[in-house]
Write a protein that binds this ligand. Sequence first.
Ligand code: ES4
Ligand code: ZN
Length: 326
Amino acid sequence: TELLTLAERMPKAELHLHLEGTLEPEQMFQIAKRNNILLKYHSIEELQAAYQFSNLQDFLDLYYQGMSVLLKEEDFYDLTMAYLEKVHAQNVVHVELFFDPQGHLARGIAFDIQINGITKALTEAEQKWGMTYQLIMSFLRHLSEESAFETLDLAKPFLDKITGVGLDSSELNHPPEKFSRVFQSCKDLGLKITVHAGEEGPPDYVWQALDILNVDRIDHGNRALEDTQLTSEILRRRLTLTVCPLSNLKLCVVDSMASHPIQKMLQLNLNATVNSDDPAYFGGYMNENYRALIQESNLTEDELYRLAKNSFAGAWLSTAQKNHYL
Ligand code: ES4
Ligand code: ZN
């Protein structure tokens, strides 16, 4: 319980968070109602009962349905602010959040509606609490290279608000190399790169993230541990892994929290961090992720500190801002 208190109180950065994955059932129904959208589920209980996933795709099917209630700038603002309030109360002082513009563009929601609502909440949190942030635009990997390029074009007027780009959605059969040209263009525009790799996909997809996309960070990376040369290369490049314990449990990436590889990652000296991924769907925010790890493993005080330190070290902040936190 001392470790629990330490984990809750220590300042932390969250580096792997999908904004659309913070949509709590209550808020989903509230926004659906004001937008006159009829949900497939008739009650919060009925919706929550569907939150049982055997794999990533099971979850994604619900995730795309859920986000379909988001129509107006105000919806994006309210969603973002609700998340920021929750993690501010958990001593998260820096956030780097993903949004999935293609998930909204497909429904006719313009890029400026999305990004203006999100950015309004982020700047308010900065003014109110001194919270710092970065915004990451993520491409949906089940869609085409052409669609990713179109999305990048739409983002160009807003690049002052976007620090980096990501790659998420269905990993299997959509390897990083599918988007090599898109990420080269992103790099040419000065954007940072992080991609989901090794969540369900094989070590080869993590190799592609490194050698073809030249990523600045890896999201998940669990399966990199299957290849010792790969872990050596991640270590050599000092790349941060944004690990998501409750997500891994819910999506059956791990069999149990006790068998979660994050402690192994730390023992290998990898820069692992704790993150919530899609907290409204996976059973908790930052502190609940730390709690689950502490309760189910023998994580030490030193390891907890390292996890928090790694979160700032891996953040896309200037050296001066990092030193402030470190
Ligand atoms: C995601 Cl957990 C996860 N994996 C891949 N893509 C995603 N999008 C939102 N959550
Ligand atoms: Zn994710």
